[in-house]
Ligand binder design. Structure first.
Ligand code: GLV
Ligand code: MN
Ligand code: MN
Length: 426
């Protein structure tokens, strides 16, 4: 099994020595190191590696008969039980992302990429000859940790975000995506939907560490995704007046931290009331002196719910509380929706096919829903998509403590290899 060597080679990249967490933000030196790791892994395997116009990475295992990924064959369906749209010589793609949240764990994203390479190695060991191209994909800025929009690379590919709006996104230092891409040697003028690339994909299968404890409770090493909760991010900018903490009478203050605090508490209440999840974790007070009232506080609300009516009711409730508190404290409030992903139901025929394939190999893969966002959820709007989850013993994720047992990682590789073999190798 090549998994361990490949996994170990990626582990040091972008890891903070102090916290042990990952800081792999898009278009930074850590991101460049992840990209070179990917190109090296592809080269070691003789896979043709490319970066697409949006900076997503692809490593192609071309079909030996020369079926080209750029020549989609609208011919007959792949066979009985094939998912709708699984046609001719279109490619089967497996992958995930390599970027991280601030101090993220090792598995969220990289597990899917390393497992995809390892699954190809396993298929080659078994002598599998693909009847259609197989690719490993890495999507850029999945976490939205630098530019605020989750799944930015897959959204651009799928035409689900305006390229001009994307170029103008800024990081916390005011650097635009366009400037960050240019500095990293990638042309931002080229970003946008890529119909030819999308049309060349028959199916996308993303393996991901589970971000919860459902599989641990069920005693299963791998699972299949049924769907993703609708979710999104909202930015709340409270503008008050900077003043002296030791002399300004309470009645004279315009303190933006107070309505921000009300919004934090309202998020928790609204989530509980709607059987949903809502979090305010990122909060930037400016200038942020201990002995001064801030002039401005920016807060980000992350909200997720089992359905869209509950998501929008939850967000409406938080924003209403924030507005009322801002008015009460003489503070201005500007709100902006940064990204929203609708509810995702993964392609049922593809999921059923994967379930049958795994069951035939004795792999019992329970079907789970998740509140976590994924590129597979974005791409599901354009191509049949599916997800495999690998057990996470504690359920902890977006943390350096995120973990998966090596045996479960191997089970994930075996399941992904079975899926790729079924979809591409016959
Ligand atoms: C991705 O990890 C998300 O925030 O759901
Ligand atoms: Mn994540
Ligand atoms: Mn992820």
């Amino acid at each position: 099994m090549t998994f361990s060597a490949l996994w170990e080679s990626l582990l040091p990249v972008g890891r903070d020595g102090g916290t042990g967490g990952y800081r792999r933000f898009s278009w930074t030196p850590a991101d460049a190191a992840c990209r070179s790791w990917f190109f090296d892994a592809a080269a070691e395997r003789g896979l043709r590696a490319t970066s697409d116009r949006n900076g997503n990475l692809w490593a192609w295992w071309d079909a030996p008969d020369g079926a080209a990924v750029t020549e989609p064959d609208p011919g007959s369906a792949a066979g009985e039980g094939a998912p709708a749209g699984l046609l001719g010589a279109r490619a089967i793609v497996a992958g995930s992302h390599l970027d991280s949240v601030p101090d993220g764990g090792a598995y969220d994203g990289p597990l899917g990429v390393v497992s995809a390479f390892a699954a190809i190695d396993l298929l080659r060991e078994r002598g599998c000859r693909p009847a259609r191209p197989v690719a490993v994909a890495v999507f850029t800025e999945e976490e939205g940790a630098r530019f605020g929009v989750a799944c930015l690379g897959s959204r651009l590919l799928a035409g689900l975000i305006d390229p001009a709006a994307a170029r103008a996104l800024t990081d916390r230092d005011g650097v635009t995506l366009a400037d960050a891409m240019t500095a990293a040697g990638h042309d931002p003028a080229a970003i946008g939907p890529d119909q030819a690339l999308l049309a060349s994909i028959a199916a996308y299968v993303e393996l991901h560490v589970e971000q919860g404890r459902a599989l641990a409770g069920l005693g299963a090493a791998v699972g299949l995704a049924v769907g993703i909760w609708p979710h999104g991010r909202w930015r709340l900018a409270f503008t008050g007046r900077a003043d002296h903490a030791g002399t300004t009478r309470l009645a004279d203050r315009h303190d933006p931290m107070l309505p921000a605090a009300a919004a934090v508490l309202a998020a928790r209440d609204a989530a509980a009331g709607h059987e949903a999840l809502a979090t305010v974790s990122k909060l930037i007070p400016e200038p942020g002196g201990v002995n001064g009232i801030s002039s401005r506080v920016t807060a980000w609300l992350d909200a997720r719910a089992p359905d869209e009516p509950r998501l929008h009711a939850l967000v409406g409730q938080v924003l209403a509380v924030a507005r009322a508190a801002a008015t009460a404290h003489g503070v201005d409030l500007d709100t902006r929706q940064e990204s929203v992903t609708a509810a995702v139901d993964f392609d049922a025929p593809l999921r059923d096919r994967l379930a049958r394939t795994l069951a035939a190999r004795g792999i019992d893969a329970p079907v789970l829903a998740t509140g976590a966002g994924h590129d597979a959820g974005v791409l599901a709007a354009r191509v049949p998509a599916a997800m495999l989850f690998v057990r996470n013993p504690t359920g902890v994720s977006h943390s350096p403590a995120e973990n998966a047992e090596l045996a479960d990682c191997h089970a994930g590789v075996a399941a992904l290899a079975a899926a790729l073999e079924d979809l591409a190798c016959r």
